[in-house]
Design a protein around this ligand. Structure first.
Ligand code: ATP
Ligand code: MG
Length: 720
């Protein structure tokens, strides 16, 4: 058989991995060294050479975009559709299992997925009903707590809270949250994974089914698996399973969500006699881009250690742009893209990366002004817009009336006279009787519990949802159009927000109907429990739809969502202390994960990399002077084309500065990069420290008064 299409364009180490006969293989290698390529070629090798049925292969990765990319690369290599192969994200795969075995997973047939925004609303409501003061108990903290426990595989009953009052309270919220989600038949993202793990773990026949089916499991971005995902993989890996994982410890960027680099080290312990393959040649980036990435990541101490090289030319220098503010930064980026396009490039070659989704706004308005096509990944997605969520809540209720979150959102929206008070009475009654709010409403109407007016209004609402549900059997788009029409949302928004804004919302609602008509429903046999409506709702919740649409447009995304991807022209924007590295990481003295994130960002670029920061930036409604990111100092100056010649102005880091030096005085430890405040000089960032004990000194760059050396013992600095 001719295997040249699979092996020809691979180097020796890559071939070794693709054709490996070991049961367990770990490919550990730096960015752009061909890990994903090896994984894709390995699948082609299995199917074409080892004659493995597509049905027996599962490939898993982290983002929908990466999964879509992987599938299309596989299909291009095979020259045909990937058939029954499962190529998807952890969440989507877990979701498929839960749909298939919803009864064993103790889920309602029509269970729905809630996103993080729904989750926060639900937690807020629960905390209110438990009479917890949101000032003392911020709901976001409770959401974090819940997700963190789930990511560690823990249910509320597993948590030992006997010695800690705070844990007791948070766990009480968690326990109540579990009850309400179960009753409402909704699952959040973390629940998808935990529930499917429990499903396989507690049902040997199901575990057996999947182990028999998936004899070949392949994992991309293995370094970002958390405990739960790793346990899930171990459960699926049976005696006859071949496990193939690729990853890079330098690109581990989800530690804050529980990802464990240790999983890489545990691999060889958990899977004995595993084969380790290392790849060191980078095929993606020019020499200069690679040198910058190598120099930066070298500053991290906890690394397994590896250096990448390329045969490619040095290429252009890295362009550094110092902007006056965020508007100037966006002007630079967009005009640079226009030049690129004039020079025969495409819009889609360019990607704007940022640390925080909020940064996209300025780039977006610039694109709109200049009529430049663009697409934002992540951030406020179409399906997160208020009017779309409203409409989807109505539609979700037609599929699952027990969904309390949806019911609460629309029971009085548009306003129909069912005030807060009535809704709380219904909520309390549902809670006390352990039923859904929908059932509580029905009982209230039947028993005429409320006054005549409220009973009438409630009956009207229930009848409205039931009338919407009748069109469920119609084509999806007709069902949506009917529900939207009956909901009165369009008229409501036009009345409330005036014609222009209302018009925009109304168009979005029409777009939702279009999305329903374009939805490509494929009722495969293993999807026998999906109806079209549920399939649509799940796809939107998981953001798994439309990832393949690649019009020629500029792309914008957070660095986290750019993982695994590559683009000819990359902009890394907002390189400022507090923004990137992010304030929280600075405060925790944990710069290494941020540096890995910066490494990921740099290594996305193939041909040209532009980095920028603004000397002042408006954030959260306030304009403040900024301090250039510490990472800018870590890129050697000979690699940089300083477009405005400003680097000298701030590059005053004392020679011999040690990035990770820390000084202990009697009471305080300050880390480099940390934000501090001083009574007289105000706020600033720690640049360097030296000495120890009472004579220890600290160099701080204060926003208002510039660089100062202070004796820590007397300076009375406070960490921010
Ligand atoms: P990341 O760590 O960012 O996920 P990766 O290690 O998965 O990167 P790939 O995306 O697989 O790297 O490969 C990077 C680029 O190099 C791709 O465009 C790929 O097609 C190309 N490439 C990899 N190996 C070779 C090779 N042997 N010959 C030519 N091109 C290659
Ligand atoms: Mg990859």
């Amino acid at each position: 058989m001719d295997v040249s299409h699979i092996l020809d364009e691979l180097n020796e180490n890559q071939r070794e991995a693709v054709t490996a006969s070991s049961k367990y293989v770990l490919v550990l290698a730096g960015a752009g060294s061909g890990k994903t390529r090896v994984l894709v070629h390995r699948i082609a090798w299995l199917v074409d050479v080892e004659q493995v049925a597509s049905y027996g292969i599962m490939a898993v990765t982290f983002t929908n975009k990466a999964a879509a990319e992987m599938r299309s690369r596989i299909e291009a290599l095979l020259g045909r559709p990937a058939g029954g192969m499962w190529v998807s994200t952890f969440h989507s795969l877990a979701h498929r299992m839960l749909r298939r075995y919803y009864e064993e997973a103790k889920l309602d047939k029509n269970f729905q997925i809630i996103d993080s925004d729904d989750q926060l609303r639900l937690v807020k409501r629960i905390m209110k009903s438990l009479e917890l003061d949101p000032k003392q108990w911020p709901p976001r903290q409770a959401v974090w707590f819940i997700n963190e426990q789930k990511d560690a595989g823990l249910r509320s009953q597993h948590i030992d809270d006997s010695n800690n009052y705070q844990t007791q309270i948070l766990n009480k919220v968690y326990a109540e949250y579990e009850v309400i989600c179960q009753r409402s038949a909704v699952v959040d993202f973390a629940e998808l994974l935990l529930r499917s793990l429990e499903l396989i773990r507690d049902n040997p026949s199901i575990q057996d089914h999947y182990q028999q089916r998936f004899k070949y499991i392949l994992v991309d971005e293995f370094q970002d698996t958390n405990e739960l995902q790793y346990a899930w993989l171990r459960l699926l890996t049976g005696k006859q399973t071949t496990l193939f994982a690729v990853g890079d410890d330098d690109q581990s960027i989800y530690g804050w969500r529980g990802a464990k680099i240790e999983n890489i080290q545990d691999f060889s312990r958990d899977f004995p006699n595993s084969q380790l393959v290392k790849l060191q040649q980078n095929y993606r980036s020019t020499g200069n881009i690679l040198k910058a990435a190598n120099a930066l990541i070298e500053q991290n101490q906890s690394r397994l250690g590896k250096e990448l090289w390329t045969k490619d030319d040095d290429g252009e220098l890295i362009k550094l742009f110092t902007a006056f503010n965020e508007v100037d930064e966006a002007d630079f980026v967009i005009s640079h893209i226009q030049k690129w396009v004039k020079n025969k490039g495409k819009y889609s070659d360019a990607t704007i990366l940022y640390r925080s989704n909020a940064q996209s706004r300025v780039f977006e308005s610039n694109c709109i002004e200049q009529n430049i096509p663009y697409r934002v990944y992540g951030g406020l997605r179409f399906y997160e817009r208020a009017e779309i969520k409203d409409a989807l809540c109505y539609i979700r209720l037609t599929a699952n009336p027990n969904d309390d979150s949806s019911l609460e959102r629309v029971i009085n929206h548009p306003p129909r006279g069912l005030g807060q008070k009535t809704v709380s009475v219904i909520r309390e009654y549902a809670r006390d009787n352990e039923i859904s709010m929908w059932h509580a409403c029905q009982q209230f109407i039947k028993g005429k519990v409320l006054n005549n007016r409220a009973t009438g209004l409630l009956a009207h609402f229930i009848a409205l949802i039931e009338a919407m549900a009748i069109s469920r059997e119609d084509r999806l788009q007709d069902h949506f159009a009917n529900a939207i029409k009956r909901s009165g949302l369009k008229a409501h928004y036009t009345k409330k927000e005036g014609r222009d804004k209302g018009q925009g919302r109304s168009e979005n609602l029409d777009e939702l109907v279009n999305a329903a008509s374009e939805f490509n429903y494929q009722p495969e046999s293993e999807h026998r429990n999906f109806n079209e409506l549920t399939a649509f709702l799940s796809t939107t919740a998981l953001d798994a739809g439309n990832t393949n649409k690649t019009n020629d447009c500029v792309q914008m995304m957070s660095i986290h969502s750019a993982k695994g991807l590559e683009f000819p022209l990359v902009f890394i924007t907002g390189l400022e202390q507090g923004l990137f590295p992010h304030q929280n990481s600075i405060a925790e003295g944990n710069l290494e994960e941020e540096r890995r994130l910066c490494y990921v960002a740099i290594t996305r670029a193939c041909q040209q990399l532009c980095i920028s920061y603004a000397e002042q930036r408006q954030l959260f409604g306030q304009t403040k002077p900024t301090i250039p990111s510490i990472f800018l100092n870590e890129i050697p100056s000979e690699l940089i084309d300083d477009m405005r010649g400003h680097r000298q102005r701030w590059n005053v880091t004392p020679p011999g500065m040690k990035q990770k030096s820390r000084v202990d005085t009697n009471a305080t430890v300050f880390a480099i990069g940390q934000l501090v405040t001083h009574n007289k000089f105000g706020e600033g960032v720690v640049i360097n420290t030296e000495g120890s004990g009472k004579s220890a000194r600290i160099n701080v760059n204060f926003y208002q008064s510039g660089y100062k050396w202070l004796i820590i013992h007397y300076a009375n600095l406070r960490a921010l």
